[in-house]
Design a protein around this ligand. Structure first.
Ligand SMILES: [Zn+2]
Length: 426
């Protein structure tokens, strides 16, 4: 996207995560391959968090061994640079009109029930909004459709051994079939949020209903995963994209601005520290004794829309407001840490987009009041453990218990608020 001298590349990768600085790979390496003549102000790379691609992090290997293949990741960097170069070439840039839209399960019933919380971790709260931005050439041909929705794209679950981009593939396929052009899918605030069936079914039904089709559950109330089911999920999401754009509005886009803010926090997860010391995770600074999360958050203004980026899997209540959307089932589980400031009210645009896992995958970002990790980073049993409340899994996949205030207070600063007004930011 370009207006005047500001020119930004937005990239979505079908990976579990990627990094700004992964040492020998990552966005910093991509940038070195981009010609200056392209005039890019910045390059913003997101991952969908697809669980069925090659290992881009290194964790899927025997303990403290690296599951990554350097040659493959260097090839990925080259492919990203090629794609950006092609798109950003003056001959491929086109004047466009922009249409924006948003919907939710109420207005688009095909989305109903698709989002669940991991094994029903409370609160049962999601970012239910599906958002779309469509860019159309002046000759009426659609150039691109940007789609933004908020759940883990892992409908094929852990036993699938085929490389696939999961349901976002079928969303993009349906959107491109209807409109032409290129569809790009971004996952948003997906912390603790899974796709239907990923948490065990609690409906008591023998089947799941997805986009009007019935899929029988196994005897253990697990989904019968299949590509047919995944396609149905993708088509359900695509239906909502159509509805969002149908009900959306053509908007004048005469401004494109870009601001960023560094985010830092000490790595507090002993498991992550061990992987950093073993050289598997290289994106946490040079000091292996005191590794640090060192990442960036961005705010883009695109006409009437705000785009913000999140460096990991951020729990949606951190965006919408922890105080209003916190769990209320278990006061005993409350750590007493102050509620982080809500990010969404700081956005003033008519539309907003949230790009998760951008530029880094730093794990789950869990609100402080409910962040419980045991000795050595072990999984903690919830203070109100009963069959309905799972133990604290997400903390075991979180870089730092300081990430939630670091990110939300970073946005307060980035978006012109006063961090001193918030207890969590002190
Ligand atoms: Zn995840």
């Amino acid at each position: 996207m370009q207006i005047g001298k500001t020119k930004v590349a937005l990239v979505a990768l079908d990976f579990i995560g990627y990094y700004q600085n992964g040492g020998y790979y990552g966005v910093d390496q991509v940038k070195k391959m981009l010609k200056l003549e392209l005039g890019l102000t910045d390059v913003i790379v997101a991952s969908t968090h697809n669980h069925e691609g090659p290992d881009t992090i290194g964790l899927w290997a025997p303990a403290n061994k690296d599951g990554k293949y350097a040659d493959y990741l260097k090839w990925v960097d080259r492919r990203i640079a090629e794609a950006i170069s092609k798109a950003a070439e003056p001959a491929n840039m086109a004047e466009v009109r922009a249409r924006f839209g948003a919907t939710n399960p109420e207005r688009s019933p095909s989305l109903k029930g698709l989002q669940v919380r991991t094994t029903h971790r409370p609160p049962f709260f999601f970012d239910e909004e599906l958002r779309a931005m469509q860019l159309t050439r002046t000759n009426g041909k659609v150039l691109a459709t940007l789609i933004n929705w908020n759940t883990h794209p892992e409908s094929l679950e852990s036993r699938n051994q085929e490389i696939t981009s999961d349901f976002p593939h079928f969303v993009r396929e349906a959107v491109e079939k209807k409109y032409g052009g290129t569809a790009v899918y971004f996952s948003g605030d997906i912390g603790g949020v899974e796709i239907i069936g990923d948490a065990e079914s609690r409906t008591g039904l023998e089947y799941e209903e997805i986009n009007g089709k019935r899929f029988p559950l196994t005897a253990g109330h697990r989904p019968n995963v299949s590509f047919e089911r995944t396609q149905t999920i993708g088509e359900a999401v695509a239906t909502a994209v159509f509805q969002a754009l149908d009900a959306g509005s053509n908007e004048r886009v005469d401004v494109l601005t870009l601001k960023s803010q560094p985010v830092r926090a000490p790595v507090t997860n002993p498991g992550f520290k061990a992987m950093i010391q073993a050289g598997v995770l290289s994106n946490y600074g040079a000091d292996k004794e005191h590794p640090e999360v060192n990442t960036t958050i961005w705010h883009l203004r695109v006409g009437p829309a705000d785009i913000i980026t999140l460096p990991g899997e951020v729990f949606p209540e951190l965006i919408y407001g922890v105080e209003q959307h916190k769990r209320t089932d278990c006061p005993a589980a409350n750590t007493g840490r102050p509620y982080e400031p809500a990010v969404l009210p700081l956005l003033k645009g008519k539309y907003h987009f949230i790009l998760g896992l951008t530029p880094d995958e730093l794990g789950y970002v869990v609100p402080g009041y409910d962040f419980s990790a045991g000795p050595g980073g072990a999984r903690v049993t919830d203070a109100c453990k009963d069959p309905k409340v799972p133990n604290h899994y997400h903390e075991t996949n979180s870089s730092s218990d300081q990430m939630a205030p670091a990110i939300t207070c970073g946005f307060v600063k980035l978006l012109g608020g006063d961090p001193a007004k918030y207890e969590a930011c002190k």
